[in-house]
Design a protein around this ligand. Structure first.
Ligand code: NDP
Length: 321
C-alpha cells in the first residue's frame, strides 16, 4: 500500500533568519508550518562567529547560538522543524492549487503555500589555505566580521560593487586595506570606484590574484601574484575578505519561478509574491543588495503575512463559488 502524501498549510524551505522568522509568524497565525532545514541548518550565520549587528543583542551573540534560539522560538509556537533538503518542486499555476515538493530525492510533500528561504551562498576562491582558515581570519562578510580587525591590516579580493562597498567599510575600521582586482579595471559602478580610490588607506592592486593566504591557525599574511608579470609579493595581514559574489540557492526552482539573470527569485513590488500563486520568497534568495540577517528576517515576516492573506483570499473565493 502506498504511503499517504502529507499536505501542509505552509511549507517553509530553508532555516536561516528568513525561514525562522517566517515560521514564527506563520505558526502564530495558526498556519501550522512545517520547515525543511536544507543542507546547512541555520544558514549562513552558522558559519559566522560573533553577530554584533542584530538588534536586541547588546553584547552580541555567536551565529550558531542565535540560530538555535530562533529555532526554539519558532518551535515554541508549533513549527515542525525537519532535517531535509528540497530537491525538486512542482508549483501549481492556479490560485488555490496544491504545490508539490520532493524532499531528499525520495519523499513528496504537498502544500497550499510555500515560503522559499533557501538563501544564497558566498562564492569562495576554492584554494586550500582559504578553506583551512575560514573562521580563523577568512570571511565572506566585511559588515559581519570587519569590526574584529579594528586598527589592523586586512585584504579583500574582488572588483564588483560588493568588494568596493566592503573595502570602503573596512577602510573606516582598519589601518590599511589591500584590494585585489584580477583585471586591470573594476566591475563596480563608477561611483563606487571613485569612493574606493578616494580613500587613502585602500591600496588597490590591479591584475593581482591570491597565490596563498599565509598562517597555520589564523591569517598572518597574504602572498599575491601579478597575473601579467608573474611577480609575487607577501604582505602581513590578519583578516582576509572574499567578495567575489554570491550564488542564490535557486537551482531547483529554475523553469518554475521567474528569476533575474543571476538566478535571484523575482518578487512582485514590495511583496514576497513570486509568479506562482501561493509561493513566496524571502531573504537572500530574492535580495542581492542588502543581504543582512535583519533584512532577511524582515522579509521572512512579510512572506508569512503574504501567505496568510493568500490563504484567506483563496478560502473566501471558495466560499463564494
Ligand atoms: P559581481 O559578480 O558583480 O562581482 C564579482 C567580482 O569578483 C568581479 O570583480 C569579479 O572579477 C571578481 N571575481 C570573481 N571570481 C573571482 C576569482 N575567482 N578571483 C578573483 N576575483 C574574482 O558580484 P558583487 O557581489 O560585487 O555584486 C553582485 C550584484 O549586486 C551586482 O549586480 C552589483 O551591482 C549588486 N550590488 C549592488 C550594490 C549597491 O548598489 N549598493 C552593493 C552590492 C552589490 P571579474 O570582473 O574579473 O569577473
Amino acid at each position: 500500500m502506498s504511503e499517504k502524501i502529507e499536505r501542509f498549510e505552509t511549507l517553509i524551505l530553508g532555516s536561516g533568519p528568513a525561514g525562522y522568522t517566517a515560521a514564527i509568524y506563520a505558526a502564530r497565525a495558526d498556519l501550522k508550518p512545517v520547515m525543511y532545514t536544507g543542507m546547512e541548518p541555520g544558514g549562513q550565520l552558522t558559519t559566522t562567529t560573533e553577530v554584533d549587528n542584530f538588534p536586541g543583542y547588546p553584547q552580541g551573540i555567536d551565529g550558531p547560538t542565535m540560530m538555535v534560539e530562533l529555532q526554539q522560538q519558532a518551535e515554541r509556537f508549533g513549527t515542525e522543524v525537519r532535517i531535509g533538503m528540497a530537491t525538486s518542486v512542482e508549483f501549481n499555476d492556479e490560485p488555490g492549487g496544491i504545490h508539490k515538493v520532493t524532499i531528499d530525492d525520495s519523499k513528496v510533500v504537498e502544500a497550499h503555500t510555500v515560503i522559499i528561504a533557501t538563501g544564497a551562498s558566498a562564492k569562495y576562491l576554492g584554494i586550500p589555505s582559504e578553506q583551512r582558515l575560514r573562521g580563523g581570519g577568512v570571511s565572506a562578510c566585511a559588515v559581519c566580521d570587519g569590526f574584529f580587525y579594528k586598527g589592523q591590516d586586512v585584504a579583500i579580493v574582488g572588483g564588483g560593487d560588493t568588494a568596493a562597498e566592503e573595502a570602503s567599510y573596512l577602510a573606516k575600521i582598519c589601518n590599511k586595506v589591500t584590494m585585489l582586482v584580477r583585471k586591470d579595471y573594476m566591475r563596480a559602478s563608477k561611483a563606487m570606484q571613485h569612493r574606493v580610490e578616494s580613500l587613502s588607506n585602500i591600496d588597490i592592486r590591479y591584475n593581482t590574484e591570491v597565490d596563498e593566504i599565509l598562517g597555520d591557525q589564523v591569517v598572518e599574511g597574504l602572498r599575491m601574484v601579478n597575473n601579467q608579470t608573474g611577480e609575487k609579493e607577501e604582505i602581513p595581514i590578519t583578516g582576509f575578505f572574499v567578495a567575489i559574489g554570491h550564488k542564490p540557492n535557486t537551482d531547483i526552482f529554475k523553469g518554475q519561478l521567474d528569476m533575474d539573470g543571476t538566478g535571484y527569485v523575482i518578487t512582485a513590488g514590495k511583496s514576497t509574491k513570486t509568479n506562482k500563486p501561493g509561493v513566496f520568497a524571502s531573504g537572500d534568495v530574492q535580495d542581492k543588495e542588502y543581504r543582512q540577517a535583519v533584512t532577511a528576517a524582515g522579509t521572512g515576516c512579510m512572506a508569512a503575512l503574504d501567505a496568510e492573506r493568500y490563504l484567506a483570499s483563496v478560502e473566501s473565493a471558495e466560499t463564494v463559488s
